[in-house]
Design a binder for this molecule. Sequence first.
Ligand code: B12
Length: 309
Amino acid sequence: MIRKTDLHSEKIRNLADSIGIDALGFADASEFSDYALSHSRRRNPKLSLPDAKTIIVAGIYIGGLTLPAWINPWYGRTSRLYLSEFFLDVVKPLEPIVNLLRNTGYKAIVCDGSEEGGSVLPLKLAAIRAGLGWQGKNTLLISKKYGTFLALGGIITDAALEHNTDQEPDRCLKCDKCQQACPLRALDQPYVLNRNNCLSNLLQIEHLPEEAQSVMENRVGDCEICQEACPWNKKHLDHSLATSMTESFQKKIEDWETFFHLPDLIDLSEEGYKEKLGILNTGISYDLFHRNVLIAMERAKKVGEMADK
Ligand code: B12
């Protein structure tokens, strides 16, 4: 049994390393007073754990992963986060750290977007406070080493660990490539996402405006246009930093290659959707997914007809 006094930040860092977590930081668990959603539980970790002292923020690299089929109109396109199984936060990989904390007599609550009321942290702001990077004009956390391709996870604990005190400066400077690239101008105000114009949002809600349908191309879930335009992601788009996870990730991603063939997806039943895509844990309903597939299929036919002309 490890005594409370023996649990040092180093022990958690070494454990995180051994379980394939690419980025890790500790932040104080005070309120996020600059968090725009003032009513949200995410704003104050102490609402989830009254004697919270530390937020442990973890990042898993999902860059470099790509599916050649994504540029083929006959295949449904999603995103690296979508296929990473971390769409609703990095949760499972954090279990060994949670167990270490609890086995040492500390409390630990994991931010889990798939649980009702479980999304207890503004992970991007917590990651900034933990020293993992800065918030870019596309509102995402940008890391010098991993770009925006860190899927994030977080733990609120009453363990007093070595809190990061040195936040990364904003390195977006004059660049506005993400803002220029967004086809629906969701980033016209830098650092603020107008989610009503964000394809990633629109593809998972009821109302999908005509204009969005006209620019979604073969996207059936999520959109990465603002990420692909970001200079900090350049080195992560076609090849990846070799991390312990990436090989297994790329392999997992390739397994989806043929699955998203639109003519097959058209006939995918709700049971098939849950059975096959349930593991991705996106929380997106079958009806919305199927709607997106139908629209992408109509477009593929048009593109096909144009090509035949
Ligand atoms: C809700 C949500 C969404 C929503 C809304 C996004 C948004 N920016 O609000 C939708 C569905 C659109 C979305 C999309 C995506 N998401 Co999302 N999302 C979340 C979630 C659950 C909460 C984010 C949040 O707090 N939003 C509320 C806004 C207010 O907070 P904010 O974005 O930090 O906004 C700050 C600034 O923009 C500014 N601001 C914002 N609004 C306003 C308004 C005013 C008046 C002012 C003054 C300031 C201001 O201040 C805020 C700081 O307080 C997090 C998980 C989590 N628990 O944190 C994942 C998360 C942020 N998403 C993530 C990702 C990867 C994406 C996508 C890139 C997925 C993809 N396509 O690949 C897209 C990209 C869209 C984008 N450019 O942000 C990752 C980010 C990882 C990273 N490296 O940054 C997270 C952390 C999920 C994860 N576990 O990894 N997402």
